[in-house]
Every structure is written in C-alpha cells, then in structure tokens.
Design a protein around this ligand. Structure first.
Ligand SMILES: Cc1cc2nc3c(=O)[nH]c(=O)nc-3n(C[C@H](O)[C@H](O)[C@H](O)COP(=O)(O)O)c2cc1C
Length: 330
C-alpha cells in the first residue's frame, strides 16, 4: 500500500491521525520567569486542527538553559499549569502534542544565564563567550533536571517528549567530537560522548515508563570536517533503538556555519540515511512545504513523517494545503 501524508502513524504506541507534524518553533513570548502565556495557548490551539502532531517549542529544563531570555521553561512545578492549558487547547482538536526538552549549554542566553556551561571550555563564538566545563556533579544535576522536567511534562498532559539534541545545544555539544574534548567517561569514544544522552534517557524513562513516546531531534551534520555525520550519529544511536521512538532530523547549529543552500528538501538525504540505518520512525523537516513533495518522500520511504515550520507561522491553516480534501472532511 502506498503511504501518504493523510495516513496515521504509530510512534511509541501512540497513533497519530496523520503524518504531518508541526515543527518546534520558539515564540519568544515567555515571561521573564519562563512561564508560557495566553499567547502560547492561542498560538498552538489555532494551529492544531489538522496536523497529526505538534511539537512544542524548545522548553528549558533549567533556568540557566534558556536559549533566549523569553523562552519558556519547565524547571519548577509552577511552570506546569500554563503548559497544561496549551495541551488542553491542542487536545480539543483531537491532536497530540509533545514537548521539546532542551538546555542551551554554551549557547544559553548570556542575558539570563549565571554560568555558561558545556562539556568542554570551548566557546561557540565571542558573543556567547567561553563556557565552563561541567563537573561530574554538575552533569548529574542536569540529568536530574531532565528527570524532573519529564515528570512535569506528564503532569502537564503532554503525549510525548522530544529530547532536543540538535542545533548546537547541550546534548549536541556532548555528542560532537568538535565540542566535546573531555578526557573522562563523558568524552572521547562515541560511547562516552553518548553517555550524557543515555543518562538523560534513563532518567526520563524512569519517570514516564517504557510505553510513553520519547523521541529525539538531532543535527545530522555539523557542516564541518571532523564533526558529526548521519552515519556516525546512527552508529551512536543504534544502542537506543528500543529506548527512542522516533528521530527528527535537522542539521547544523554547533558552529557558526550555515548550510550553503537551503533548497527544498536540503536535509532530506540525511533523514534517508537514518531511515536505512535505524529501526525507528524518521521525521524529515526543512523546506518540505507541499503535499506532492511530502507524499513522494513517504512513497519512496525516505522518511515516515513530515514536519513543517515556518509556513504555519504565517498561515495557521497551512496544513490544509498539504492534506487531501477527504482527510479534511470536505
Ligand atoms: C522562529 C523559529 C523558531 C524555531 N525554534 C525551534 C525550536 O524551538 N526548536 C527546534 O528544534 N527548532 C526550532 N526551529 C527550527 C524548526 O523546527 C524547523 O526545523 C525549521 O524551521 C525548518 O523547517 P521549515 O523549513 O518547515 O521552516 C525554529 C525555526 C523558526 C523559524
């Protein structure tokens, strides 16, 4: 049977009504304490009707891990209530929503971060400045922040969790040999560089159990020699195949380097590598904005779901242009 965007997909035991995903996109509208606001409730609720899955924007697990000062967070129990209102607004449309848990590491906002931290004391650029290399105790405290964030995500009613391991933020910084030069058991070999991720995943699973969807967003390439590649990441994630329920494939962000050309499907070849090398659903993203392109990708089995970002910012009903009239009930 030919797979199309309209068809359901099961991720971690959860069946989504179609294969169109709203990509995580920061709204830059959190309060100074990182609470979500009425803006977020309206914004996500308004876009929920026809996508199969929404992924909430980057949500900080620690006060010091916000990417920008007005990011939202989930680092106290008080953050749960406004997040629950977003979930309710999305569920009202029979749509599922995952939360993206993140920590900015060396790219945390200097304005609201007391101490910039990273696996190694290597700066992203002069603006962010040089981070402090994390001690083992500090790493353990961060793992616990993820654990508490997972517990609160459940309390808020989210249907799943996406671990943000892309775009040069903390988990990505541990994974890449370009930003992780540690000599202890968190650095060096691929296995050591995945240790932080493994501990986060174990902590999250300890809170949510095995039957709750937990997915990961990765940057498939660092766009630099010696950096991560789809094949090296696939190898690193192979041991997690039974722990992770899908992989969401972005690129870049570790270094101040932009891809030369962001044409339609520029990240798709990377997604296709994961589709071949890993046994988990693959979400492709990056300028995949038409039904014909999406259906072609699914038909050719290059990915299992398609995420769209920017078009949904400017047109809340953009999903309608990508699904068939029948699936929209027209
Ligand atoms: C305003 C904006 C905010 C974004 N915020 C996030 C984010 O919080 N987390 C993340 O992983 N990616 C973020 N992204 C990247 C998007 O999820 C997506 O990968 C990117 O926009 C490419 O998809 P598109 O071509 O369909 O827009 C953001 C993108 C935009 C435009």
């Amino acid at each position: 049977m030919t797979i199309t965007l309209n068809q359901p997909i099961t991720i971690g035991g959860l069946t989504l009504k179609n294969r169109l995903v709203m990509a995580p996109m920061q709204q830059y509208k959190g309060t100074p304490e990182a609470y979500a606001t009425e803006h977020h409730i309206q914004h996500y609720g308004r876009r929920a009707r026809h996508v199969g899955l929404m992924i909430l924007e980057s949500t900080a697990v620690s006060a010091d891990g916000r990417l920008v000062p007005n990011d939202i967070g989930i680092f106290t129990d008080q953050h749960v209530e406004p997040l629950r209102e977003i979930v309710k607004a999305v569920h009202a449309h029979n749509t599922h929503i995952f939360i993206q848990l993140s920590h900015g590491g060396r790219k945390s906002s200097p304005e609201v971060t007391r101490t910039l931290v990273a696996p190694s004391a290597i700066p992203f650029d002069e603006v962010y400045g040089t981070p402090e290399a994390l001690s083992i105790d500090e790493i353990q405290r961060l793992v616990d922040d993820y654990r508490l964030a997972a517990r609160r995500s459940l309390e808020a009613g989210f249907d799943g969790i996406e671990i943000h391991a892309a775009h040069g933020f903390l988990v990505h910084e541990f994974l890449s040999p370009l930003s992780n030069k540690r000599h202890d058991h968190y650095g060096g070999s691929p296995e050591n560089r995945t240790r932080f991720l493994r501990e986060i995943l174990t902590a999250i699973r300890g809170e949510v159990g095995q039957d709750y969807p937990v997915i990961i967003r990765v940057s498939a390439t660092d766009y630099a020699e010696g950096g991560l590649t789809p094949a090296s990441i696939a190898q690193m994630l192979k041991p997690f195949e039974s722990e992770l329920d899908a992989i969401d494939v972005s690129t870049g962000g570790l270094l101040p380097i932009q891809p030369k050309d962001v044409h339609t499907g520029y990240q798709l070849p990377h997604a296709a590598v994961f589709k071949q090398l890993l046994h988990m659903p693959v979400i492709a993203v990056g300028n995949l904005h038409s039904r014909s392109i999406a259906d072609r990708i699914l038909e050719d089995e290059l990915a299992d779901s398609i995420a769209i970002g920017r078009p949904l910012l400017s047109d809340p009903d953009y999903a309608d242009t990508m699904l068939t009239p029948e699936s929209l009930g027209i």
